[in-house]
Design a protein around this ligand. Structure first.
Ligand SMILES: Cc1cc2nc3c(=O)[nH]c(=O)nc-3n(C[C@H](O)[C@H](O)[C@H](O)COP(=O)(O)OP(=O)(O)OC[C@H]3O[C@@H](n4cnc5c(N)ncnc54)[C@H](O)[C@@H]3O)c2cc1C
Length: 397
């Protein structure tokens, strides 16, 4: 076995979390940062919802990985298969071992088809799709825009879905399209939510319910899909009213997600972390292994995971790695998260809140939980620029 290559900080995963953190560490003066990322392209994932709603293309959200990687980072175009905490090494699929002083684990989460029996098979038909898989997003819009009558069912899970309320964007973008093209009265729309609310903030939930009513959407909360029959185009659901069967002509699903299996196999999950990296939700340091940090969708931070949440998590982890080494006080993450949800093809609201569901608006005025045109334009056209030019450059504080 060849000796491990040594790096000061190894970052596993070059998505939103990993690249932003690597860039921030370099900005703060860390000289030796390695990023392990197998994919040749980088996606700005929030635009996938707009692709699924016919308001963006995959080209708008895709860039070559080398353009996303910060200058000065050591990139390993490989997949991590384990973190060996005893040896303080990351093991790559190609056999390379990377020794670290600190490791930041941020490979994101993945769609858990097994958590919804029949979903994989249904996704193989043209009548079911999701915005949560890149190749599905354009298919979602083909399916929704092709529907001129019948029943469209939208399902949003609350099991580790990244930024779950954005699962409503395809619904509202499609409903507004059906309204504009004069077929809304011929399309029955059902929204099935596993959780109790449309968004984690009461005010935003209220606005979204009002928007749903305007389009005639039937909203059912506390409802779980227990089986999908893609051939018969039916769903078995368990709801507070008991089990029932629901037919569909088009099915959109924001599906349950899970952590990569190697996280638990490496001993990074805890008894109650459901396979996700068991970090202290405030310091983002592993509860058992102090040189292991986690952020982003794979971390147990007690709040809805989102790209917006990373604006607060990245500076905390960058600071805490240096602070722990220097014996200085650590910073704490309050669980801030945000969900931008369209209510039409021109308006959007923001649900910004902390870990306890308390409102945490970025600006005190105007009220961003009210749907606004300016917010739609910002989310669709300005946020992607902020992402490429500021967030991925580590310009967060
Ligand atoms: C459809 C959709 C819409 C969204 N909309 C919004 C929104 O509007 N606003 C918002 O704030 N958030 C939104 N989010 C959430 C946001 O995109 C995520 O919270 C964010 O991307 C999490 O970053 P991450 O780095 O943890 O994970 P990811 O961005 O998923 O990155 C993980 C990276 O790790 C890599 N990786 C995986 N396994 C390994 C491995 N074994 N070894 C090495 N690398 C690995 C992957 O290739 C990937 O590049 C949305 C997400 C989706 C899917």
């Amino acid at each position: 076995m060849s000796p491990a290559r040594r790096h000061d900080v190894v970052v596993v995963g070059g998505g939103n979390a990993g690249i932003s953190l690597a860039a921030k560490l370099l900005r703060d003066g860390c000289r030796d940062v390695a990023v392990v990322e197998p994919k040749a392209v980088h996606h700005y994932r929030p635009l996938l919802s707009y692709v699924a709603g016919g308001a963006a293309t995959l080209d708008d959200l895709t860039r070559p990985q080398e353009r996303a990687m910060p200058r000065g980072v050591h990139r390993y175009a490989d997949r991590a298969t384990a973190v060996d905490v005893d040896a303080a090494e990351v093991v790559l699929a190609g056999g390379t071992r990377l020794a670290y002083r600190d490791v930041a684990v941020c490979p994101g989460s993945e769609v858990d088809h097994d958590a919804m029996p029949g979903l994989r098979e249904a996704f193989a038909t043209p009548h079911a799709a999701t915005s949560y898989l890149v190749d599905h997003a354009p298919r979602t819009w083909r399916m929704l825009s092709g529907l001129t009558s019948g029943r469209a069912v939208f399902v949003v899970s609350d099991r580790h879905v990244p930024c779950a309320p954005v699962g409503l964007k395809p619904l509202f973008l499609a409903a507004d399209h059906w309204r504009r093209t004069g077929v809304l009265d011929d399309v029955e729309i059902d929204l099935l939510l596993e959780g109790p609310r449309l968004a984690g903030l009461a005010r935003a939930d209220h606005e979204l319910r009002a928007a749903a009513r305007r389009y005639g959407v039937r909203v059912r909360t506390g409802t779980t899909v227990t089986r999908v029959d893609g051939q018969g185009r039916t769903l078995e659901v368990a709801s507070p009213d008991g089990p029932r069967t629901l037919g569909y002509d088009a099915l959109y699903v924001a599906p349950p997600h899970r952590a990569p299996a190697w996280v638990a196999a490496s001993g990074l999950a805890g008894a109650r972390s459901d396979g996700f990296v068991d970090v202290d939700p405030e310091t983002l340091r592993h509860r058992v292994h102090p040189r292991v940090w986690a952020l982003g969708d794979v971390a147990t931070v007690g709040t809805s995971p989102s790209g917006g949440a990373l604006r607060k998590q990245v500076p905390v982890v960058a600071h805490n790695i240096a602070a722990q080494r220097a014996g200085a006080p650590v910073r704490r993450y309050d669980g801030y998260t945000v969900a931008p949800v369209t209510t039409s093809r021109t308006r959007l609201l923001l649900a910004e809140h902390d870990r306890d569901g308390r409102a945490e608006p970025t600006v005190p005025f105007p009220d961003l939980t009210r749907p606004r045109r300016a917010l739609y334009l910002f989310d669709r056209h300005v946020e992607p620029l902020v992402y490429w030019h500021r967030l991925l450059r580590g310009k967060v504080s």
